[in-house]
Write a protein that binds this ligand. Structure first.
Ligand SMILES: C[S@@+](CC[C@H](N)C(=O)[O-])C[C@H]1O[C@@H](n2cnc3c(N)ncnc32)[C@H](O)[C@@H]1O
Length: 243
């Protein structure tokens, strides 16, 4: 059985990562605009809160922090702003997304083109690993967690922020209309890439529920796991500490 991970419609498991990478390369020019518009900028608040919750777990305020699947760098910037002593490194496998991250931060941050499933770092290299809206796109979630665990130092902090299905009944009813109809249409209009914005709700639908993901964190060797739901469950943060 293939490992649980993302797989865009009609794509074989072994082609999933290449497909996802090509898709983000294509939508990179409009990614930020579409993101803030489609979420009414709530995504900025979610990143801001996630960083604040992660900050309390950081074993070393001067430590190295990895933003995995950093995309156009907004989460890396939020991390650097909230952790002024830390050294923040953003990694993503899409060159086009990274090209948009670089000018936002000048020389303050380091960027690297790298696959989150095979990070080019030694064991225990980071005090924290964080990922915002990126983890869901991995072709193998358990493999991704094992890789994050490997590059974290013992006692290091993990934060995974993801879009999720809302728990509040009113929102839960409106959600399919927005997420499966309006969002793909609007996203397609802004980016000119409707398939990419059809993939978004599909990937969220396939993503494990918060408790299941928490169990996978536990299985991967993380302790002190906490699930924090933002905005009635529209986004969920998983926190863990490398045991
Ligand atoms: C939805 S964007 C999120 C970007 C950013 N973290 C944010 O907060 O807006 C997902 C990013 O994950 C990256 N990504 C997906 N799978 C990856 C992998 N296996 N290795 C590295 N980056 C990956 C994509 O290239 C894309 O830039």
């Amino acid at each position: 059985m293939p490992a649980p991970g993302t797989r865009p419609a009609g794509v074989a498991p072994e082609g999933a990562a290449a497909h996802v990478r090509a898709m983000f390369d294509t939508i990179a020019p409009t990614y930020d605009r579409a993101n803030h518009l489609l979420s009414l900028s709530i995504d900025r608040y979610w990143r801001w809160r996630a960083v604040r919750l992660l900050r309390h777990r950081l074993p070393d305020p001067q430590g190295r922090v990895l933003d995995a699947c950093c995309g156009t760098g907004d989460f890396s910037l939020a991390l650097a702003a909230a952790l002024p002593g830390a050294c923040v490194q953003g990694a993503d496998f899409s060159h086009a997304m990274l090209a948009r991250a670089r000018p936002k931060a000048g020389r303050r941050l380091a960027w690297l083109q790298a696959d989150a499933m095979r990070l080019p770092y030694p064991d225990a290299a980071f005090a924290a690993v964080a990922s915002a809206f990126g983890f869901r796109n991995l072709a193998d979630y358990r493999g991704g967690l094992a890789e994050f665990h490997r590059v974290l130092q013992p006692g290091g902090a993990l934060a995974i922020l993801e879009v999720s299905r809302p728990s509040l009944p009113v929102l839960a009813q409106l959600y399919p209309l927005y997420f499966h109809r309006l969002l793909p249409w609007l996203g397609g209009l802004i980016s000119g890439q409707p398939a990419a914005y059809r993939y978004l709700p599909e990937s969220v639908a396939r993503f494990p529920a918060p408790r299941e993901l928490a169990q996978w964190l536990h299985d991967a060797g993380f302790a002190d796991i906490r699930i924090v739901r933002f905005t009635a469950g529209l986004a969920t943060l998983h926190l863990g500490t490398r045991a």
